[in-house]
Design a protein around this ligand. Structure first.
Ligand SMILES: [Zn+2]
Length: 164
């Protein structure tokens, strides 16, 4: 008889998105994204960070102050990085898994790439204009919005040779 505790596709892809976020150098917000096609095959992953060549040690991670000295002028969000990382692959019909509801700029890229569903965990910025604009566009474009209710709230991994 097969194992019963295996991860559902939704929990699995959300966990991949969250694991990708662990690569982020951003001290305040780590957002990973995982793009999956209709056959449940991962097409791309990404996390928030500066563009290639823009040093994590030289560019600012600050959230406040003069625009040129904040991260907002430079950082690429996880969703956009995931879309760009697949190097022009056709993402029509795909879904994107993200921990946090996408911003309006990522919503534009999601719509234009042909992604048809956003699966997210948190919508903690729902009352901001950024998320309201994002939802307005995603709804107008017919992108399905699904807040995931995970079956597993904790997935633990240990990188310990003795476990293998
Ligand atoms: Zn964004």
């Amino acid at each position: 008889m097969k194992r019963q505790e295996y991860l559902s596709w939704d929990d699995y892809f959300m966990a991949v998105a969250l694991l990708s976020g662990k690569r982020s150098k951003d001290p305040s917000t780590q957002v990973g994204a995982c793009i999956v096609n209709e056959n449940n095959i991962i097409e791309s992953i990404g996390y928030n960070g500066f563009p290639k060549g823009c040093s994590d040690d030289e560019f600012p991670w600050e959230r406040e102050g003069d625009t040129l000295n904040t991260k907002y002028a430079y950082v690429v969000h996880g969703e956009l990085n995931a879309i760009l990382n697949c190097k022009g692959k056709d993402l029509t019909g795909c879904r994107i898994y993200v921990g946090l509801f996408p911003c309006n700029e990522c919503a534009k890229a999601i719509i234009q790439s042909g992604i048809k569903e956003v699966v997210y965990l948190s919508d903690k910025y729902a009352e901001t204009d950024i998320v309201k604009a994002s939802k307005r566009m995603l709804n107008a474009a017919g992108v399905k919005l699904t807040q995931l209710e995970p079956e597993h709230f904790k997935i633990e991994l240990s990188l310990d040779k003795s476990l293998i």
